[in-house]
Design a protein around this ligand. Structure first.
Ligand code: IPE
Ligand code: MG
Length: 228
């Protein structure tokens, strides 16, 4: 969800205004995903590296996160949305951690869209924490570890790998998002800022996705055989 700050600046507004508008965009995208029966929506809200921002912006974002969790939980319940938060919680306030736990617990049995918010998340952090957990769990098998052995310990072990990655804001990079899980994901980049991204723009990205041929290392001719 990139481009909030620049979007606001262009309108002579403070960066945090862009973050507020970003929440509105997220609400619209969640609603559209729900309508389309998308199974999993994962959004990058705050990266491990975003702590490097000016203290006022960081503290505004933390406050916004707390406030949005608090105000949206009812709506999520009503809409059968299951909420998950991935990332390190070590630097969050006790109040925020309690709110996260509460929101996850309350929505755990919901069977609709699974919404994951990545906050203080980094793909490198994820792979490192999973490796530690695997080592702790099965140190004696170290020499025989396979990539599949790591998967149960990754933060998104409850979800399939993403089909489509969308980055708004004009940059064409992953910025330490789901590094492991994006191995075969289709990557979609748009110059639109996140506050400008909504239902119609989501549909455009999905139409683009539908034109991709996903070969997962095979050749084109093999795909129709597989489907037969
Ligand atoms: C994305 O927008 C939101 C967060 C990372 C919290 P930015 O804040 O990165 O906005 P730009 O990229 O500076 O415009
Ligand atoms: Mg940015």
């Amino acid at each position: 969800m990139d481009g909030n700050g620049r979007w606001a600046k262009k309108r002579m507004m403070p960066r945090v205004y862009g973050h507020k508008k970003g929440v509105d965009a997220l609400r619209e995208v969640i609603r559209a995903c729900d309508e389309l029966k998308v199974g999993f929506l994962t959004v990058f809200a705050f990266s491990s590296e975003n702590w490097r921002r000016p203290a006022e912006e960081v503290s505004f974002l933390m406050g916004l996160f707390l406030q949005v969790l608090n105000s949206e939980i009812e709506r999520m319940q009503r809409n059968n949305i299951r909420l998950k938060i991935i990332g390190s919680r070590e630097k969050f306030s006790a109040e925020l951690v309690a709110m996260i736990d509460d929101a996850e617990r309350k929505t755990a049995a919901n069977t609709g869209l699974c919404l994951t918010i990545a906050a203080d998340y980094g793909g490198q952090w994820d792979i490192t924490q999973a490796t530690k957990a695997l080592l702790r769990h099965a140190p004696e098998k170290l020499e025989s570890y396979t990539p599949e052995d790591l998967i149960p310990y990754l933060a998104m072990n409850y979800a399939p790998d993403p089909d489509l990655f969308i980055r708004t804001g004009g940059e064409q990079r992953i910025s330490n998002f789901l590094l492991w899980q994006l191995a075969y994901t289709e990557l979609y980049f748009t110059d639109l800022a996140w506050p400008e991204f909504g239902r119609a723009e989501l549909f455009d990205s999905i139409a683009w996705y539908q034109q991709r041929e996903r070969r997962f290392g095979r050749i084109s001719e093999q795909l129709s055989e597989d489907n037969a």
